[in-house]
Design a binder for this molecule. Structure first.
Ligand code: AMP
Ligand code: GLY
Length: 440
């Protein structure tokens, strides 16, 4: 054992398992592999980018939802720490399963992950603990929801209709008027557009303002903050068109001033950690707080029980200190004592997607990346929907690459990121041209 400051490390380096297949998990793999205390990094299932990393990193052909198989793999491979990227395994209870088997894992238990997996739980939790959020009602049938909409005067619109369950970020309809809300309810309850995720719906007031997100790493009572970020959810320039998983992001978000961050800590993060602990499910892992900010006053739009994608691709590269040490401390204790420093400056990421996304798109397109497109400390290309097929890198999903650049300010980051985007090629590649533009 060696002791450095307050942190005690076993001298033997650790094997880490990262669960997921997106650019978020590629960014995790890169950050964790940089730690001298990490021996090997396994990514399940990973993607073409993690397959090409080499060195400490390799893929494991297990999906994020194969919980039992992942546990067997983790035991047999001497995994010392597991990090969960996406929400489905959290909702399914991966953390509960691993903990029961005495395996260290970063993420919330199933009951705590309800902050994301059940909008009804999350809204009721916020109401119980006085956390600022839009006023809402919950409905379990079309008739009661339609009667409620019918009873609202036109001045109460827009109203926001949300499936309670997980919907890959797509289970939200903003209805500008009564007729639109009624037809949305018919689609939800009769046509089942959100499936069983919408057995219950939340209908809430529309919040005005600008969106930004705050991310905390939590150990059940303490937390450390990453930089704030802003996502671009719509497919088209100028925030037009359909919602996507996220087409680009930047950090820090100028909207989250130190004063706003203080309010978020005081009114949201601390009451959330205290509330979860007092209700018997202490919150551990990453807490993503999606905010609407109007006149410097933050309100919670949503919680996620994980880091965001593409936000991770800007937030992790801006962490200067060792991510692995902080992750381990969030499980073992000592989170408040571990170094947690940010680089000065900014980061931006531009997502390059398959033409047609978020609707139908083709896969199997060969990807080429010009040599020199990436540079060690300035430009990183994180992969999402890519696979290695007979040694060739080909597209396999909607969001294909997430091109991140660091720099002294957002303007420089965006120039660097877009220059690198010009050096990646595949048929039908699509990206937004206005990432970060609003913040300049
Ligand atoms: P959610 O899945 O709850 O984050 O909602 C997806 C997106 O819908 C958010 O990022 C917002 O852009 C929008 N949205 C959700 N709830 C509200 C609300 N109450 N007021 C305004 N916009 C909202
Ligand atoms: N970028 C939004 C999310 O990960 O939920």
């Amino acid at each position: 054992m060696v002791t450095s400051g307050h942190c005690t490390y076993t001298s033997k380096a650790m094997n880490v398992l990262i669960i997921g297949s997106g650019a978020r998990e590629h960014a995790f793999a890169r950050a964790v592999a940089a730690s001298p205390r990490v021996e090997r990094v396994f990514v399940a299932p990973g993607n073409g980018g993690t397959a090409l990393m080499g060195g400490k990193v390799c893929n494991v052909p297990l999906k994020a939802v194969q919980l039992d198989e992942l546990l067997v793999f983790a035991r047999e491979s001497g995994i010392g720490l597991t990090v969960v990227g996406p929400e489905q395994p959290l909702e399914m209870g991966l953390v509960d399963l691993f903990r029961k088997a005495d395996m260290k894992v970063v993420g919330p238990v199933q009951a705590a992950a309800r902050l994301e997996s059940s909008k009804v739980f999350s809204k009721e939790f916020m109401r119980r603990h006085g956390i600022p959020t839009a006023g809402y009602r919950v409905f379990g049938s079309k008739e009661s929801a339609m009667a409620h909409i019918g009873s609202l005067g036109e001045e109460h619109f827009p109203q926001v209709i949300k499936a309670s369950g997980l919907c890959a970020g797509k289970g939200v309809i903003v209805a500008d008027g009564r007729n639109e809300a009624l037809s949305a309810l018919r689609e939800i309850f009769d046509d089942r557009i959100f499936g069983s995720a919408a057995d219950e719906v939340v209908i809430e007031d529309f919040l005005r303002g600008q969106e930004a997100s705050v991310f905390a790493l939590c150990d059940g009572c303490r937390y450390r903050l990453f930089l704030s970020a802003q996502d671009h959810k719509r497919i088209g320039d100028g925030d037009t068109g359909k919602n996507t998983g996220g087409m680009g992001a930047y950090a820090p978000a100028p909207l989250v001033t130190p004063e706003v961050m203080r309010k978020v800590e005081e009114r949201v993060i601390r009451p959330t950690l205290e509330g979860m602990a007092s209700e018997g499910s202490p919150y551990t892992g990453f807490l993503y707080v999606g905010l609407m900010i109007e006149g410097g006053e933050p309100s919670v739009v949503e919680f996620n029980a994980r880091l965001g994608d593409p936000e991770t691709q800007v937030v992790l590269p801006l962490l200067k200190s060792d991510l692995f040490d902080a992750l381990l401390a969030s499980v073992d204790g000592g989170l408040d004592e571990v170094p947690f420093e940010m680089h000065p400056g900014s980061a931006a990421t531009v997502v390059v997607a398959s033409g047609g996304y978020p609707d139908v798109f083709e896969t199997g397109r060969v990807i080429t990346i010009d040599s020199g497109a990436e540079s060690q400390d300035e430009v990183m290309i994180f992969h999402a929907g890519t696979v290695l097929d007979d040694g060739r890198l080909v597209t396999s999903g909607g969001r294909v690459l997430s091109v991140t650049a660091l720099g002294p300010n957002l303007k420089v980051c965006l120039e660097r990121a877009y220059r690198a985007v010009g050096r990646v090629h595949f048929d039908g590649a699509y990206y937004r041209r206005d990432i970060g533009a609003k913040a300049l």
